[in-house]
Design a protein around this ligand. Structure first.
Ligand SMILES: [Fe+2]
Ligand SMILES: [Fe+2]
Length: 483
């Protein structure tokens, strides 16, 4: 009996046996895994859009199809929204372009994951698309805004799930327009109960089908077959190292440019069991070395890294963790002058001042810890914030950033819990409001040149890999049992 048959035989009740002890309050309030539109069985569902290899001219679409066989002739159809088109015309005007979809079995459920990438799209106009086939039916036509040519907005949070808190956050993010969603890991909290992923994608389809979303894996993605589900259910660009060596299937670490901002997404060791961490460490070094050189040459303004795990934290019970990998990662961030580190994992909000090695440092990076997607609401430790901490908040919320030339202006919007007791923290006690505002300026040309350094090789970066691997496993084990 294979895993798929086993899950089918056990049913949802049996599958929950595989879950860890990380259930959070409010989880039981989720609906069954039906599309918000009540899509019929067999119709495309769980649509989500990501970037291909170029932010302006490519869009990947991933979706799911229920059944034992892959749908015949499944395609992504797309075209531009032309000026003057009304809503009915957007839905009904035939589309001229189509790409066949790749189909892979979805882990743990009787379904198929389909993906296709539209290339050479009109960078000036919104994209309209639908997925499906004549045989299985089609999704409604969805519209995705074009990548703005200059200034743009992005949104960041992690640690989401399917609770009422998470759904409140999703509604708020949907109402707050932005060009790019960045999800910093711990996404559905399926923890091996694979239909939870379908519920999560269904709950968020109104958001994900129409807005570009890029995700990092967290420790809860490791709990789905060591990240196999993450690799299957998302579509991300392949990094150069994986194109050469063939590692990193499913692109768990990758980078992309969005106008003059370079984004690098890392696993921070979340998927240590897939044995790609050595390749990833080398890829991080070369990627950031190249980005720093391009920034020094005036081609980029900012370098942003997103990953699930924090480098520094004041959440209760979390610090210190994984000293070898954190030390190496921070060394790399500081060496290449990374501007901004977007993280989750700790279910509190904490923004740092520019920092390095645990101290304020104007040459360092700003860590934005936004693990407040609603999975749970946690507390800070009793020692008080460390000297690098600029702002803390307890509740559910997200960060939104506006890139305006060589300045990033941002805000954190949070909703507080009823109170700070274990029970009161399960429910929100107020609306979302701006609880923090901040501004980051691009490094000047002189400083940018100082951070243009040659990449180091494995003899330096992997010299301590045995300890890195051991500490990463210990950290992940701790995260699994203190999640
Ligand atoms: Fe989490
Ligand atoms: Fe986490």
């Amino acid at each position: 009996m294979n895993r798929r048959d086993l899950i089918k035989t056990l049913g949802a009740g049996g599958a929950t046996l595989a879950m860890s002890g990380c259930l959070e309050g409010g989880r039981g309030m989720a609906p069954a895994g039906l599309s918000p539109r009540g899509a019929a069985a067999g119709a495309p569902r769980g649509l989500h859009v990501s970037l291909g290899n170029d932010a302006a001219s490519t869009r990947s679409v991933t979706w799911f199809h229920d059944g034992t066989e892959p749908p015949a002739g499944a395609v992504l159809e797309f075209d531009a929204v032309l000026p003057g088109m009304d809503a009915a015309q957007i839905q009904t005007t035939p589309m001229n372009l189509r790409v066949p979809a790749q189909a892979d079995p979805t882990p743990g459920v009787e379904a198929w994951t389909l993906r296709a990438t539209a290339e050479n799209i009109d960078p000036e106009r919104p994209l309209r698309y639908r997925v499906g086939s004549q045989a299985t039916g089609w999704s409604p036509v969805q519209v995705v805004a074009p990548t703005p040519s200059g200034d743009f907005r992005f949104t960041h949070f992690g640690d989401h799930g399917i609770s009422a808190r998470a759904q409140a956050l999703s509604r708020q993010v949907l109402a707050d327009d932005s060009d790019l969603l960045l999800l910093a890991g711990d996404l559905s909290y399926a923890n091996g109960d694979q239909p939870i992923w379908d519920t999560w994608f269904a709950q968020n389809e109104p958001l994900f089908a129409q807005r570009v979303m890029m995700a990092a894996p967290g420790n809860h993605e490791e709990e789905d077959d060591a990240g196999r589900t993450f690799k299957n259910r998302f579509t991300h660009p392949n990094p150069m190292s994986s194109q050469i060596f063939g590692g990193n299937p499913g692109s768990t670490f990758y980078s992309f440019d969005y106008n003059r901002v370079h984004f690098l997404v890392t696993t921070a060791g979340a998927l240590i069991n897939d044995a790609t961490l050595p390749e990833e460490i080398l890829a991080i070094e070369t990627d950031l070395a190249l980005a720093a050189a391009r920034r020094a040459a005036g081609q980029l303004d900012f370098i942003v890294v997103m990953q699930h795990f924090t480098i520094w934290t004041d959440q209760i019970g979390r610090s210190p963790a994984n000293p070898s990998l954190v030390a190496l990662e921070e060394n790399i961030l500081l060496r290449y002058g990374v501007d901004l580190l977007l993280v989750g994992h700790d279910h509190v909000y904490q923004r740092s001042v520019p920092m390095g090695l645990g101290l304020a440092n104007p040459l360092g990076y700003v860590q934005m810890m936004v693990g407040t997607g609603g999975a749970s609401i946690r507390l800070f430790d009793e020692d008080g914030p460390q000297s690098w901490s600029a702002r803390q908040f307890i509740g559910v919320g997200y960060a939104r950033y506006r890139v305006e030339g060589r300045v990033i202006r941002g805000e954190y919007l949070g909703a507080p819990p009823v109170d700070l007791s274990d029970e009161g923290r399960q429910s929100l006690g107020g609306d979302f409001r701006v609880v923090d505002s901040f501004e980051f300026r691009a490094r000047g040309p002189e400083l940018a040149r100082q951070f243009a350094r040659p990449p180091r090789g494995p003899e330096t970066l992997l010299a301590n890999f045995e300890a890195i691997e051991r500490h990463t496993r210990e950290r992940n084990h701790h995260a699994r049992h203190h999640c």
